[in-house]
Every structure is written in structure tokens, then in C-alpha cells.
Design a protein around this ligand. Structure first.
Ligand code: ADP
Ligand code: MG
Length: 266
């Protein structure tokens, strides 16, 4: 049985339908990426997986346990699903170690020494042991993501859910996030993430699920990063080139500068 089983989920906010019969399975040790335009329901689906949003119908199972409906053990769920949010932030005036131990001390009630020992263990797992005393602005974007994941490890999750881990970051950070995902995969984690970065991130991952309120396609980058699927995803024609055996998506439609500055795209 799949570790994560999302089965025919429907979800509306008021009158607005956001998820329309979405079914997805993620196996143990699988890294799966949701792609889709802004507003296509990616973040909502992740929130339903973590029981932060209720579904209207359908069901979600994590490791055989129902996440949706009445009587869900949310605490157990939050232990098995580690969520790394888009909006996570580190306190700039506190070291990495202090950032990591704050919630475990205040919320989980761990003693300072125990929290520090665990934080150092998780930082070590993330290859960040030597950064324990660093301050957030001394870390690269990818290193900050590693701290966020280290924070999620306090709950010993079996699956990590990351919403837009590369939003607003530079090329180097994208590479770092790719390495991070590969490390998590090697460590036996299941990962479900979202991205709008098709070329920098999605094209490098093994399996992409294309969401536009419903599942449009599900497969490898070569299978799904094709014009027919992309048009259904973004509602506009898109071109795909191949470079070094990998698809590269050209997004002319959203370039607002086409036709300006003397007719040349910039
Ligand atoms: P994505 O992550 O793919 O950009 P979201 O899941 O955030 O998409 O949003 C899907 C749609 O649902 C958008 O139209 C968004 O405005 C709407 N939406 C998201 N969260 C809420 C909310 N809490 N209340 C009302 N509408 C919401
Ligand atoms: Mg989102």
C-alpha cells in the first residue's frame, strides 16, 4: 500500500472549487513534486494532507491512517507528516541552534540539553553541524532550507511535505535544494513538494504530478513537460526544447516585455 494515499479529494473555499477529484499516491522513499500555475491548488492539497484544511469529500490516508474526517488523531498525524512551509522564517537575532531548540523547549517541553542534543543530531544529518552557532543571515538559502527540515525532524516524520522550497531563491540555492531532496531520498524519507520552477527544479525530479484543480498528468519530466500537458496546466501554449536529454520549458506567454523595447523580448 502507498504510504500517502489521496483518494478523490474535493475541496472548495466558499463557492470556489479548488480541488476537483484529486487522487495521488506516494510510496515510501518516493520524491514526488506537484507542479501547476499559481492558484491551481498545490498548497491547499498539502494543507489537506497535514489536516490544516478539511476536505469536502474523498479521503487521505497516511501510512494506512485516515487523515480526513472526524476522529482523526491530529497529533499522531503531525508526527508522521513533517511540513516545511513557504512562510517559515528563522529569528535573525538567534543562532541556528537556538532557533531549532525554541519550539521543542516551549511546545514539546524538552529540557534544554535534550533539545540541543537532538538539534545537533538533526543538523548533523542535514550536513549542517558546523553551522549550529551561525546566525540565519550567514546561511545560504539552501542551508536555511536544511535548518527548516532539521526543525521538522523533531517529530520523526516518515514523509516531508515542502511547499515551494525554492520560491524566490537564486540559482545556487536551487542546486542546494536539489541536493537536499536527494539526501532526504537517500535517507529513506518520502517527500511531497510543490514548485512553480519547472526548469530549475521540477525537470530534475523523478516524478511530477500536474495539478490544475484536478490531476492533468502524472509521470517523469520527459513524459509530462510536453506542450499538450503544459497548455492544460497553464491555459496558454508553451514551447519545450531539449537540452542534454532534459526538457526545457519556454514560457513566452507570461513575458510582459515581449513586443516592448523596440519589439525585442528581454
Ligand atoms: P497554489 O499553491 O497552487 O498557488 P493555493 O492552494 O494556494 O494554490 O490556492 C488555490 C486557490 O484557493 C486560489 O484561488 C486561492 O486564492 C484560494 N485560496 C487558498 N487559500 C484560501 C483560503 N484560506 N480561503 C479562501 N481561498 C483560498
Ligand atoms: Mg502555493
Amino acid at each position: 500500500m502507498a504510504f500517502l494515499d489521496i483518494n478523490d479529494v474535493h475541496k472548495s473555499y466558499g463557492q470556489a472549487k479548488v480541488l476537483n477529484g484529486v487522487s495521488v499516491t506516494v510510496d515510501k522513499h518516493e520524491v514526488v513534486c506537484l507542479i501547476g500555475a499559481s492558484g491551481s491548488g498545490k498548497s491547499t492539497l498539502l494543507k489537506c494532507v497535514n489536516a490544516l484544511e478539511p476536505v469536502d469529500s474523498g479521503e487521505i490516508l497516511v501510512d494506512g491512517d485516515r487523515v480526513t474526517g472526524l476522529g482523526v488523531d491530529v497529533n499522531k498525524l503531525r508526527r508522521s507528516v513533517g511540513m516545511v512551509f513557504q512562510s517559515y522564517n528563522l529569528f535573525p537575532h538567534m543562532s541556528v541552534l537556538d532557533n531549532l531548540t525554541l519550539a521543542p523547549r516551549k511546545v514539546l517541553g524538552l529540557k534544554g540539553d535534550a533539545a540541543e542534543a537532538l538539534a545537533l543530531e538533526f543538523l548533523g544529518k542535514m550536513g549542517m553541524a558546523e553551522k549550529a552557532q551561525a546566525f540565519p543571515d550567514q546561511l545560504s538559502g539552501g542551508q536555511q532550507q536544511r535548518v527548516f527540515v532539521a526543525r521538522a525532524l523533531f517529530h520523526s516524520p516518515d514523509i516531508l511535505v515542502l511547499d515551494e522550497p525554492t520560491s524566490g531563491v537564486d540559482v545556487r540555492t536551487r542546486h542546494e535544494v536539489l541536493h537536499l531532496l536527494a539526501d532526504l531520498h537517500d535517507a529513506g524519507m518520502s517527500v511531497l513538494l510543490t514548485t512553480h520552477d519547472l526548469n530549475g527544479l521540477a525537470a530534475h525530479l523523478p516524478r511530477l504530478i500536474c495539478l490544475n484543480k484536478e490531476i492533468v498528468a502524472d509521470g517523469s519530466p520527459r513524459e509530462v513537460l510536453v506542450p499538450e500537458v503544459l497548455e492544460k496546466l497553464y491555459g496558454a501554449p508553451m514551447h519545450v526544447l531539449e537540452h542534454g536529454g532534459m526538457p526545457i520549458v519556454l514560457d513566452h506567454s507570461e513575458n510582459p516585455m515581449v513586443g516592448r523595447f523596440g519589439g525585442k523580448a528581454v
